[in-house]
Design a binder for this molecule. Structure first.
Ligand SMILES: Nc1nc2c(ncn2[C@@H]2O[C@H](COP(=O)(O)OP(=O)(O)OP(=O)(O)O)[C@@H](O)[C@H]2O)c(=O)[nH]1
Ligand SMILES: [Zn+2]
Length: 202
């Protein structure tokens, strides 16, 4: 990934410094949108926007797999589906950098180990806080669980609304996109597939 030229501007606020080049780019966008970037109300906007984007894209500074490193073998003989559903998330589409807002359901069928349930949501956020398309987000979350937990099955279903479709372009509010990735038993065994999708509410 290319690094930005020019020194980071540390304004003494204790917040993430924003390189001058980044601020200039946002000022250019404001001017192009039709406003005057040097008017008072917009003076600090480039820094705010840049820091907001660092936050939206925090996933680039983490490897979501680290959340699955701590695994528990003592599961009291439990070998049925583990499902976390209605996990709200936010992402941004890579085409328009517009918000994707939705919810995910993540399930796995443990082989011999489980993870703390919050970690499934952490994996989701690690991939969501990047520029994404919903298909890749769905596939990445499933693959990460599959590779790191080595369960019998993984199922991820994501339902989301894309601001690039609701607030601009085709401007069709209320439309939802649904994507799913099924792996292992959930892909191969019809009964397991039906069971997990029904537990998820599909
Ligand atoms: N498959 C997929 N498409 C997406 C996703 N997010 C946005 N898109 C679509 O990406 C497409 C980009 O199409 P383009 O024709 O290059 O861009 P555009 O001219 O802005 O298209 P419109 O949105 O139709 O105005 C649009 O159809 C978007 O709806 C996503 O997560 N998955
Ligand atoms: Zn988009």
């Amino acid at each position: 990934m290319s690094s930005l030229v020019g020194p980071d501007e540390d304004d003494g606020s204790g917040k993430v410094p924003v390189p001058q080049e980044v601020q200039d780019a946002i000022r250019t966008l404001i001017r192009w949108a039709g406003d005057e970037p040097l008017r008072e109300g917009l003076l600090d906007t480039p820094k705010r926007v840049a820091r907001a984007w660092k936050e939206y894209c925090q996933g680039y500074s983490e490897d979501p797999a680290v959340h699955l490193a701590r695994q528990f073998e003592e599961v009291g003989g439990y070998d049925e589906i583990v499902l976390l559903k209605d996990i709200p998330f936010q992402s941004h589409c890579e085409h328009h950098m517009a918000p994707i807002i939705g919810k995910a359901a993540i399930a796995y069928l443990p082989r011999d180990k489980v993870v703390g349930i919050s970690k499934l949501a952490r994996v989701l956020h690690g991939y969501a806080r990047r520029l994404q398309i919903q298909e890749r987000l769905t596939a990445e979350v499933a693959q990460c669980i599959w590779d790191n937990l080595r369960p019998h099955g993984v199922a991820v279903v994501i339902e989301a609304s894309h601001a690039c479709m609701t607030a601009r372009g085709v401007r069709t509010p209320g439309v939802g996109m649904v994507t799913s990735r099924l792996m292992g038993t959930f892909l191969e065994d019809n009964r397991s597939r039906k069971e997990v999708l029904s537990l998820m509410g599909y």
